[in-house]
Design a protein around this ligand. Structure first.
Ligand SMILES: [Zn+2]
Length: 133
């Protein structure tokens, strides 16, 4: 299969060329953020008509999205963290990226992560998932 994409390690900034690493998100961070978001939502929901209402400033209190991280197993700062992993060997083509995206879209928690930035990053300065020439 063609290799269109490569993961770049957050730790050593080198590409992950074989099965020595992964793209991952911390499950506990995700559930913490999900919880904080529900709380924020509840605090800003109108008790009468159930609509979301908030003033400009409150938008900054929305919990920040959990960042997907990229690491070689040997560079991983939290190897024992409970995590959702995508092995580097399984996300090397556009087709695979599309498949993962479709798969992740079925997860209720995806919205609390920065997967959009991973997708956008392929063509911007985000250096987690890059195109290979
Ligand atoms: Zn590394």
């Amino acid at each position: 299969m063609a290799h269109d994409l490569a993961l770049i390690c957050d730790g050593c900034s080198k590409p992950i060329t074989d099965d020595a690493g992964y793209l991952w998100v911390d499950n506990r961070e995700v559930s913490r953020t999900e919880h904080a978001f529900r709380k924020w939502e509840a605090e800003h929901t109108d008790a009468i008509d159930g609509s979301l209402s908030f003033t400009g400033g409150a938008i900054f209190d929305i919990p920040e999205k959990v960042r997907w991280q990229v690491h070689h197993a040997t560079c991983d700062p939290a190897p024992d963290a409970s995590s959702y992993d995508i092995p580097a060997t399984k996300i090397r083509s556009w087709a695979e990226l599309l498949e993962w995206t479709a798969h992740l879209m079925e997860k209720s928690w995806l919205t609390h992560t920065d997967w959009q930035d991973i997708l956008r990053g392929v063509h911007t300065s985000d250096r987690r998932l890059v195109t290979v020439a």
